[in-house]
Design a protein around this ligand. Structure first.
Ligand code: M6R
Length: 369
């Protein structure tokens, strides 16, 4: 049942190209327009939305952070991400012009359900992005967009995360097309890039041995830090969560720019630090800034594990280890950069002899508040 793998988590990591491919499947109509037939909310309502709030917990919330960068960039709609269990306690400003996007693998996370109910009481429309057919969340939401990752057994979420991100991209592109923020051709161009992602994810998985060896060699680390910027920031948070969950290792993710505002004081000789490097072809000077962050932490004794695009030579002299990922548009990079972090935490947990699929104290879905 584990398909020859030692754990469901490993199997599910390997299923990610298919999970993303299936989530993207059949979204173009005969005229080449992006269609989301399941999005059963009136176009007029979707055109009038002036705010989006993404609610979710854990890994799904990190997918929400990635979604926010994409949706704001493509649709120019102010977008917030809120942990579902914090949402209603801050008396959020929500009305008929608010679209709430609820992300959940299981569709049964009570915190997320309660946030959705609260939003609906205030008149908001709710779209759920969910992996479990017929679960409570998509039944209660005004519209359901399903991810097609297949059942996820391991407690630590992997393929559901990547497909949530893919589905959120579709939602963002659809809204941008509908609201006239993007031309059809632009939408189609990004869809074409998206369609190449499963193959690129496969290429990252094909390089897994290097990452597994790294995980095994770092099994006795006391703490691991993860740094990223822009969409690399939620990837850093996700990398840290995976390591906490299954390897019981202290791990933290930071926005790389925040480092000098405090966390850099943590860095001492031998501290392993993952750095997710944005594309050198991306916007602004982000790439150069992240490269200088690598330099800064290395100068203080950190062991740097750098996740960088193929052909990005600027990182070479500052990296103790380089994990290569294929080049991709900046906003889509999380679909690739997350994968080595999943493989790493899985390898550390295996090396420590832990039950990767059933980590202590955790349940696959949290059905109580
Ligand atoms: O089923 P959901 O996506 O709503 O679950 C949300 C979180 O509980 C879940 O992502 C959790 O953080 C995972 N254990 C992460 O690996």
């Amino acid at each position: 049942e584990k398909g020859g793998f030692d754990s469901f988590m490993e199997k599910e990591i390997h299923e990610q190209p298919a999970a993303v491919r299936d989530t993207l499947l059949g979204r173009l109509d005969e005229k080449g327009n992006l269609t989301l037939d399941e999005l059963k909310i009136d176009d007029s309502v979707l055109r009038s939305i002036n705010k989006i709030i993404v609610v979710a917990c854990g890994t799904a919330a990190y997918a929400g952070h990635v979604a926010r960068y994409a949706i704001e960039h493509w649709c120019r709609i102010p977008t917030e991400v809120e942990l579902a269990h914090e949402f209603r306690y801050r008396d959020p400003i929500v009305d008929e012009k608010t679209l709430v996007v609820a992300l959940s693998q299981s569709g049964e996370t009570m915190d997320t359900l309660m946030a959705v109910r609260h939003a609906q009481e205030q008149g908001a429309k709710v779209v759920s992005i969910c992996n479990t057919n017929g679960s409570t969340l998509p039944r209660e939401a005004d519209a359901a967009l399903y991810t097609h990752a297949g059942p996820e057994i391991a407690v630590a979420s992997t393929k559901a995360f990547l497909s949530q991100i893919a589905a959120a991209y579709l939602l963002g592109l659809y809204l941008a097309q509908l609201r006239g923020n993007m031309y059809k051709d632009e939408v189609r161009g990004i869809l074409q890039e998206l369609q190449q992602m499963p193959e690129k994810i496969q290429a990252v998985i094909d390089g897994e041995q290097q990452v597994k060896d790294l995980g095994t060699s770092m099994k006795d680390a006391k703490s691991v830090l993860f740094l990223g910027r822009h969409v690399g920031f939620p990837v850093a948070l996700e990398g840290a969560l995976k390591l906490k969950e299954i390897a019981y290792l202290h791990a933290e993710g930071f926005a790389a720019g925040e480092l000098k505002h405090g966390p850099i004081a943590l860095v001492e000789e031998g501290q392993p630090i993952f750095v997710i490097v944005p594309s050198p072809n991306g916007r602004d000077s982000l790439h150069a800034k992240v490269v200088s962050t690598i330099q800064e932490v290395r100068a203080r004794g950190a062991v740097t594990i750098v996740i960088a695009e193929e052909g990005d030579t600027a990182v070479e002299e500052h990296a103790d280890h380089i994990i290569r990922i294929p080049a991709s548009p900046s906003l889509l990079q999380p679909l690739l950069a997350t994968v080595p972090l999943q493989i790493f935490s899985c390898a550390v947990a295996h090396a420590k002899g832990y039950d990767v699929d059933q980590p202590r104290n955790l349940a696959k879905s949290v059905t109580v508040e």
